[in-house]
Design a protein around this ligand. Structure first.
Ligand SMILES: [Zn+2]
Length: 134
């Protein structure tokens, strides 16, 4: 769009030069020369504006992308419920390989083996050692 303006501007400037407008010492020539200079400046200013607009558009696009990612991370969690991670544990009592929901594994102190109904980690074994700051 702006390229078109540029072309027209160049054409008019070429015409004025070809006619020797700047060298002519009439009031009309002076006004025309000034108008042409002004138009040239306007086209320059428009180009700068258009470039910064394009930059802002790029920035907004990037921001929008980041936001979508963030939204997926925050709100997507509930939908991903079937993607629960399971922890595989071999029961020390019955030596059966059992699986626990990772979340349950982190939250509960007593993990009961579903096979022999005995706690997987007995008290005192590695009880309070791994309790962090949360
Ligand atoms: Zn067991």
């Amino acid at each position: 769009m702006n390229n078109n303006l540029r072309e027209k501007m160049s054409y008019i400037k070429g015409l004025a030069e070809g006619l020797g407008l700047q060298k002519e010492d009439t009031k009309e020539a002076k006004i025309l020369t000034n108008i042409i200079e002004l138009l040239d400046d306007v086209v320059d200013a428009l180009e700068v504006l258009e470039n910064s607009q394009a930059e802002q558009d790029d920035y907004l696009d990037a921001l929008d992308e980041d936001l979508s990612e963030l939204q997926n991370e925050i709100y997507g969690e509930d939908e991903d419920d079937d993607e629960t991670n399971y922890v595989e544990v071999t029961c020390p009592h019955c030596h059966e390989t059992v699986y626990f929901d990772e979340q349950m594994f982190e939250e509960e102190d007593d993990i009961i083996c579903p096979n022999c109904k005995q706690p997987i980690y007995e008290e005192g074994e590695e009880d309070s050692e791994e309790e962090g700051g949360e």
